[in-house]
Ligand binder design. Structure first.
Ligand SMILES: *Cc1c(COP(=O)(O)O)cnc(C)c1O
Length: 365
């Protein structure tokens, strides 16, 4: 098995020994033991702190994508209007997912190196189109950009849009995502990003308003949210819950709460700032047009014109470091340094940046 000394992939991220230890237990049957229901409730309580919400959570087997799919299918019926705000791979992807289940989708489209800062355009489209749901990706991991989820939440509130769907998979745990204050009805997370756990659970914080819609839509399927509304109260889950994954997520959340959320967010901020400083000092360019929109969890860097991503990736791997390439139209043009979760660590980043400088040298830059 190949493991790397310097893991800087923007997910799945490195997993701590404490979180790994939570998997190393021969748990009982999660369908039967009251202890599992207590663990689920305790994990929900910690997630509520991390996401500043009183909303009820669904913890679903899968990872980020099960949350993305499940929340769309559970809330939308054929012909429902969805306004997709798209600035990157996941934003455009969510528009496609919604379209594939029959929604009438209108996209407010931005370039991949931009954030969704044109609020007037978003507002006028909400006014004209009257969507049932607005979708947004808080942090576009493939392009390292944070979108103004709070400001768009204000528009959603002002115009009484029934549902605000926010993919916060790569921001929850690395920066504040106060779901209630931002009026997020479906706040979506995954375990393998800033929680630094394995890719095994999708997390959705669901507002009261969204539960009403879910009940009316009555979607049936493995990824349906509806059963999670009553699961804890009735001690009855729609399928055998993953006790190991829940225990690991509980441990990961405890580590964040014990460190203090302000300290956790500050650690991410420092790691991101240091990463950008070092990258730019090497003569590389950041991908986001406006550096102020760069994410605290991931830095996207342009592959220099005179280099191939394949060669640079090979040189990094030979030196024991692994980062992320990118996806879709950004493949081979952008690479990404993931400083989220355990990887938001200044020592790790300094070593990573020294190794990046050496690898650039290896490929003749
Ligand atoms: C990682 C991620 C997801 C989940 O996608 P996977 O490729 O299945 O891990 C969803 N949204 C965003 C923004 C992500 O970064």
């Amino acid at each position: 098995m190949h493991t790397y000394d310097i893991p800087l992939v923007p997910g799945p991220t490195a997993v701590s020994q404490k979180v790994l230890a939570a998997y190393q237990v021969d748990y009982g049957s999660a369908d039967l033991e009251p202890e599992y229901f207590a663990l689920y409730a305790d994990t929900q309580a910690l997630l509520r702190q991390i996401m500043s919400t009183g909303n009820q959570m669904a913890l679903m087997s899968g990872e980020g994508m099960v949350a993305l799919w499940g929340a769309l299918k559970s809330c939308l019926q054929s012909g429902d209007k969805v306004l997709a705000i798209a600035t990157g791979v996941f934003g455009y992807g969510i528009a496609d997912l919604a379209g594939s289940i029959g929604a009438q989708v209108e996209t407010v489209a931005f370039e991949y190196d931009e954030a969704a800062t044109d609020l007037e355009q978003i507002e006028s489209t909400i006014r004209r189109f009257r969507p049932k749901m607005v979708t947004l990706v808080h942090c576009e991991t493939p392009s390292g950009i944070v979108n103004p989820a709070a400001e768009i939440g204000t528009l959603v509130r002002q115009h009484n849009v029934p549902l605000y769907y926010v993919d916060a998979v790569s921001s929850i745990g690395g920066m504040p995502v106060p779901a209630d204050e931002w009026r997020i009805d479906l706040c979506l997370g995954g375990t393998q990003k800033a929680f630094s756990s394995l890719p095994d659970l999708g997390i959705v914080a669901v507002s009261g308003q969204a539960w009403e819609v879910i009940k009316a839509v009555d979607y049936q399927g493995y990824d349906a949210l509806a059963p999670f509304h009553t699961a804890l109260g009735d001690a009855y889950f729609p399928y055998t819950p993953n006790w190991h994954a829940t225990a690991a997520l509980y441990t990961a959340c405890s580590l964040l709460i014990d460190e203090g959320l302000e300290a956790v967010f500050a650690r991410h901020h420092r790691a991101a700032a240091r990463c950008r400083e070092r990258v730019q000092a090497m003569g590389l360019s950041l991908f986001p047009q406006d550096p102020a929109t760069s994410a605290p969890t991931v830095t996207a860097v342009r592959v220099p014109d005179s280099a191939s991503w394949n060669d640079l990736d090979g040189a990094l791997r030979r030196r024991g470091m692994v980062v992320g390439g990118s996806h879709g139209p950004l493949a081979d043009k952008v690479f990404r340094i993931g400083h989220m979760g355990m990887q938001a660590d200044l020592d790790l980043l300094e070593r990573g940046m020294n190794t990046l400088a050496e690898a650039l040298n290896d490929v003749g830059l």
